[in-house]
Design a protein around this ligand. Structure first.
Ligand SMILES: Cc1cc2nc3c(=O)[nH]c(=O)nc-3n(C[C@H](O)[C@H](O)[C@H](O)COP(=O)(O)O)c2cc1C
Length: 179
């Protein structure tokens, strides 16, 4: 068994979670350990290390946005995951622009392909993380990049996180399974 056996479950889509922190500052953290959970109600779970500032911010304010950035943003995504909002204001350090959300008082990231506006629904303590199950209050998607099947990968690509600095893109053409 390798030292990091769960890496075999990568590459995985990476999202950036925006939270509102004590003092009102917005913090941004990438998370690739995320998954849809239920459709009714619509929920998404994210495993968040209890030592992260994001965890502290979610304890302070139970609403957030979950942003899906384009593959071109991998440098920003990686940087957001290498420093803590406890030490730096990542929004100003990395020049991230924010847009107001529709239903929550936490902004979404400008240039995102999509953003879920969420509130904490359940918290499950597992090992070093809190598994946050978020209820999706509304979903915003950039015009023209998705249909009822999801993103149109001929137009855009989303980053899949491998390990460390390694990311993958989604290929434009699907592979159809036989009927
Ligand atoms: C691509 C990428 C994916 C990550 N995924 C997760 C994750 O799913 N859960 C987690 O707790 N940390 C994850 N991290 C690490 C956090 O993003 C990192 O510890 C970050 O500095 C925490 O920021 P904060 O202290 O401002 O909340 C990831 C980092 C990167 C670069």
């Amino acid at each position: 068994m390798s030292e990091r056996p769960l890496r075999l479950l990568h590459p995985r889509p990476v999202v950036v979670i925006a939270t509102k922190c004590p003092g009102g500052r917005v913090n941004l953290m990438p998370a690739s350990w995320n998954t849809p959970v239920s459709e009714e109600p619509p929920t998404v779970a994210v495993a968040i290390d209890r030592e992260s500032y994001t965890h502290q911010c979610l304890q302070h304010h139970k609403r957030a946005t979950i942003n899906i950035l384009p593959v071109e943003a991998v440098d920003l995504i990686y940087r957001l995951g290498t420093v803590s909002g406890r030490d730096v204001d990542k929004v100003s350090r990395f020049g991230v622009r924010l847009e107001p959300s529709q239903t929550v008082d936490v902004p979404r990231i400008s240039g995102a392909l999509a953003a879920y506006e969420v509130e904490v629904f359940r918290e499950v303590e597992v090992g070093e993380v809190t598994l946050y199950v978020f209820r999706v209050l509304s979903a915003w998607v950039a015009p023209g990049v998705a249909d009822q099947w999801g993103f149109d990968f001929r137009k855009v690509s989303v980053p899949l996180h491998g390990a460390g600095r390694a990311f993958y893109r989604v290929e434009p053409r699907p592979i159809f399974a036989k009927k």
